[in-house]
Design a binder for this molecule. Structure first.
Ligand code: ZN
Length: 276
């Protein structure tokens, strides 16, 4: 009887020991997996509904900490960069970009195609409410050098009217579609023309990583960076670019703020590619 009990006890303790080892292994694997998804930020899941089916789309949310939050005031002696977004507004992608900017207390300039405003003006209004700047990227995004002089003027007159109507604001900067700097075009635009010094080429990037790498490799003090708030890849890239630039000590400001801080006075019909 005694022997039998002893045998049962040893048997049970062996089984318990095996379970304990397996449990430890499970905990270790779980911790390892958690760490590897947590490197870039908190791992969250968005539920996207497509064709009636619910699918889980993982997204990496940037983790805000004091090192990637912009201070409230601009220090003219510290480096700064102006992120600029063309071809919007677009409620979803512009909205996502604004979420990122707001999380990090950062600002940017949006050159809007004003024919898009009636359907997406909520995004432009939100941009203004968090200190971003709205510039005009013409009314219809046509090649201005192919238009008659009267039509060129009309592109920005119409923009002025629509932007005023939907946001209550006037703009003081333009970016010509395709960065056109034709002499006749410049002569007939009554605004300073803002170009760029870093082209993210986001419109042809296959994924957000390519955009992040291109921007991070080239960005320096006084740069104006060209992006487009039409693409999901761009919005995803911005989630990494904004905290990364701030962590490197850059202030992310509007084009007007950067020009003022660097003491550059803007003139109508002149082009500006950077604040250097
Ligand atoms: Zn454009």
């Amino acid at each position: 009887m005694m022997n039998n009990n002893k045998y049962t006890f040893t048997y049970i303790s062996r089984i318990l020991f095996i379970f304990f080892v397996l449990f430890l292994a499970f905990l270790l694997i779980r911790k390892y997996k958690h760490n590897s998804t947590n490197n870039a930020g908190n791992f969250t899941e968005d539920y996207a509904v497509s064709n009636g089916a619910v699918s889980v789309v993982p997204t990496i949310m940037p983790t805000p900490d004091s090192s990637n939050i912009m201070p409230d005031t601009i220090d003219p002696d510290k480096p700064m960069i102006a992120l600029t977004f063309d071809d919007g507004p677009n409620t979803s992608t512009t909205g996502s970009i604004l979420d990122t900017l707001e999380t990090h207390n950062a600002r940017a300039t949006f050159f809007v195609v004003s024919s898009r405003l009636p359907a997406h003006y909520d995004a432009s209004n939100r941009a203004l409410s968090i200190g971003c700047e709205i510039g005009s990227h013409s009314y219809s995004h046509k090649m201005l050098n192919k238009l008659k002089t009267k039509q060129i003027k009309k592109e920005f007159k119409r923009s002025k009217k629509i932007i005023k109507k939907y946001t209550g604001n006037t703009f003081s900067l333009i970016r010509t579609p395709y960065g056109d700097t034709d002499r006749r075009v410049l002569k007939n635009t009554d605004y300073p023309v803002v170009l760029w010094s870093v082209d993210s080429l986001d419109w042809k990037a296959k994924n957000s990583k390519v955009i992040v790498n291109r921007v991070m490799k080239n960005a320096k003090d006084g740069d104006i960076i060209l992006l487009h708030d039409l693409y999901t890849n761009t919005a995803e890239a911005v989630k990494e670019i904004v905290p990364a630039l701030i962590s490197q000590g850059y202030q992310l400001v509007t084009v007007s703020e950067m020009m003022e801080a660097k003491g550059i006075k803007l003139k109508n019909g002149h082009t500006y590619g950077s604040a250097r």
